[in-house]
Design a protein around this ligand. Structure first.
Ligand SMILES: CC(C)(COP(=O)(O)OP(=O)(O)OC[C@H]1O[C@@H](n2cnc3c(N)ncnc32)[C@H](O)[C@@H]1OP(=O)(O)O)[C@@H](O)C(=O)NCCC(=O)NCCS
Length: 200
C-alpha cells in the first residue's frame, strides 16, 4: 500500500537511502545525519512531499517530489547552514569526501542548464536492497514514483525533471519506464550525469 511520507517514516526511509544508493552519491558521502535531516525537511517543507510503499508492515520503497526545487534547496540550506558547513568540514577531514565533491557541488547548477521544467522534480527515491531485482520491488518502486508524478500532474504543472549518474543503469531504466526522456549529458569532474524530463 502507498502512503504519504510523514515524519514517522523518515528513519526507515533514511536507512533505505543509506544502504541502497551508490556509495559514490554525494548524499551518502555526507552521512546518515545529513540524510535524516534531508528527509525530515522533505516531509515538513511546503515545497516537497513523498510517498512510501509499505509491505508486510515495512517500507520497501519510497519516492519524493518537489513543487519548487529551487525554493526547497534555498530554505533547506538556509535553515541548516551551520550543520551543512560543519558536516562538509568533518567529512573532508575524515576523507569521506574529497575536494572533487566540493568542486562538483559548486557547479551543481550546470545540471539544469537545458531543463524546461526547473521547478518540478521527481527527486530522491529508492527501493530497499532486498527487493531489488524482485517483481514486487519493481512494482513497488514503479507505483510509488507514479504517485509522485500523478501528484505533480494533478497540480497542473507541465512536466518535471529527474537526474542520475550516467553509470546508474537501473535508475536510468526506471526513469525511461516512467516515461522520461533523456535531455542532456552533463560532464562533471570524474563523473557524468544525465538529465531527464517528462512532459505531462
Ligand atoms: C533504481 C532502482 C529503484 C531500480 O530497482 P530495480 O528495478 O529492482 O533494479 P534492478 O537492479 O532490477 O535493475 C533494473 C533494470 O536495470 C538492469 N540493470 C541493472 N544493472 C545493470 C547494469 N549494470 N547494466 C545494464 N543493465 C543493468 C536490470 O537488468 C533491470 O532491467 P529490467 O527492468 O529490464 O529487468 C534501484 O536500483 C534503487 O533503489 N537504486 C537506488 C536508488 C538510486 O540510485 N537513487 C539515486 C538517484 S536519485
Amino acid at each position: 500500500m502507498i502512503y504519504r511520507m510523514t515524519n514517522e517514516h523518515v528513519e526507515s526511509v533514511a536507512t533505505i537511502h543509506e544502504s541502497s544508493w551508490g556509495k559514490d552519491e554525494l548524499s551518502v558521502k555526507l552521512g546518515r545525519e545529513y540524510i535524516n535531516r534531508f528527509y525530515q525537511y522533505i516531509v515538513t517543507s511546503k515545497y516537497s512531499f513523498g510517498f512510501v510503499y509499505i509491505f508486510d508492515k515495512q517500507i520497501i520503497a519510497y519516492a519524493a517530489g518537489f513543487y519548487d526545487y529551487q525554493y526547497f534547496n534555498k530554505f533547506f540550506l538556509k535553515e541548516n547552514l551551520l550543520f551543512i558547513f560543519m558536516t562538509l568540514i568533518k567529512r573532508i577531514f575524515s576523507c569521506k569526501m574529497t575536494l572533487i565533491d566540493i568542486l562538483n557541488l559548486l557547479q551543481d547548477d550546470k545540471k539544469l542548464s537545458k531543463a524546461q521544467y526547473r521547478k518540478y522534480h521527481l527527486g530522491a527515491l529508492a527501493l530497499s536492497k532486498e527487493y531489488k531485482g524482485v517483481e514486487l520491488g519493481k512494482q513497488a518502486i514503479y507505483d510509488t514514483n507514479s504517485a509522485v508524478l500523478n501528484e505533480l500532474k494533478d497540480k497542473g504543472y507541465p512536466g518535471c525533471w529527474g537526474l542520475c549518474n550516467f553509470n546508474n543503469v537501473p535508475m536510468r531504466n526506471l526513469l525511461l519506464k516512467l516515461g522520461f526522456e533523456e535531455i542532456d549529458l552533463i560532464k562533471m569532474i570524474k563523473k557524468n550525469v544525465v538529465l531527464y524530463e517528462k512532459t505531462f
